[in-house]
Write a protein that binds this ligand. Sequence first.
Ligand code: NIG
Ligand code: FE
Length: 419
Amino acid sequence: MQADLLIENARQVVTSRGGANPLIKDDLGRIEIIENGAVAVGGGRILAVGTTAEVRAKVTVTPATRRMDAAGQIALPGLVDAHTHLVFAGSRENELDLKLKGVPYLEILAQGGGILSTVRATRAADREELVGIGRKYARQMLAQGTTTAEVKSGYGLTVADELKQLEAVRDLASQSALDLVPTFMGAHAFPPEYKNDPEKFVDLLVTEMIPAVARQGLAEYCDVFCEKGVFSVEQSRRILQAGLAAGLKPKIHAEEIECLGGAELASELGAASADHLLMISDAGIRKMADAGVVAVLLPATTFYLREDHYAPARKMIEAGVPVALASDFNPGSCPNNNLQFVMTVACLYLRMTPAEVINAVTINAAHAVGRADRVGSLEEGKQADIVLFDAPSYQYLPYRLGSNLVTTVIKQGKVVVEN
Ligand code: NIG
Ligand code: FE
């Protein structure tokens, strides 16, 4: 086996090796650490992982092999951000003052701001503009170690604007090293035109938007903001079932501000994930564990919304719910797209251990977006998505609050970031 690239002498190689299923319970906190580790890459895939001596013995190194000395650094699988809204126009820093005056997130939305102000900006932008803005964020994310990201629509809320947003995601994916997983989220808010007849908007989602998105192959998942004052459990069921019928796998924003039973709905429908879950009930936790629905926790959002109650991560982990972490990057409730920061908040406020948070942003996150067969761990045969961090140990990542420790990002065997 001839190596195109050989990363050697890493202080630690963290493999995040899992299995066919996401890591649960105590397994979430187990990580394989290879001291003085190496990773060999060929043809965009991982050829070997092990100690530097083992890997050198396994692969053929030629003058054409690029050798990378990772002394003093650690190597991880490329991080997977399983929940983002990364393609949008405009920004909402104006809401910071309102927030500090105590105006709640849903109140800003009810007044026509919040998500709806981003909807206005996104409707006004054409596809190329959205791609340009998205490219900037995608570059930031890659530079911070994210190599795969799920992206939701939901700032268009008309047939044409939702399609435009998803087409922008498709175009961005073809131009960026960041792998994108597209999700249709037309059920993100009720647009002002349907304020007085919300059921009509649900009809539009079910009879026009979902079929059009599916016909054009623009999304893999369908998501709904199931929340008080937004989409009810009944409306969410109808939308997600229509998505399923069209071949879009369900995801759901559930139990973020109030507990409505979105976790139970996710379990009933066999959703790929239920996300947020701050207010999840014990019954919801049991159902998700039984159904194997991944909980995608977004603690940087809780932090930014200044909520005092975080998702009960420890309870979920003990109950056997597979837990992943993501940024929720969006212009309103979480303008952060650095998963290293999310890891810190998860340690401090979800009381997850450094080992657990690393598995939660790699292999379990890959499971949440249906990519665990390709990415999320450093294993022979997988896509060579590898990140080097300037860190002496894996615990150092969540420890260095707010820092970007990435030195090098390798995507499908190619060096795409070098700091
Ligand atoms: O996941 N909760 C709904 N959607 C996003 C926020 C989107 C926005 O505020 O623009 C979220 O937090
Ligand atoms: Fe979200």
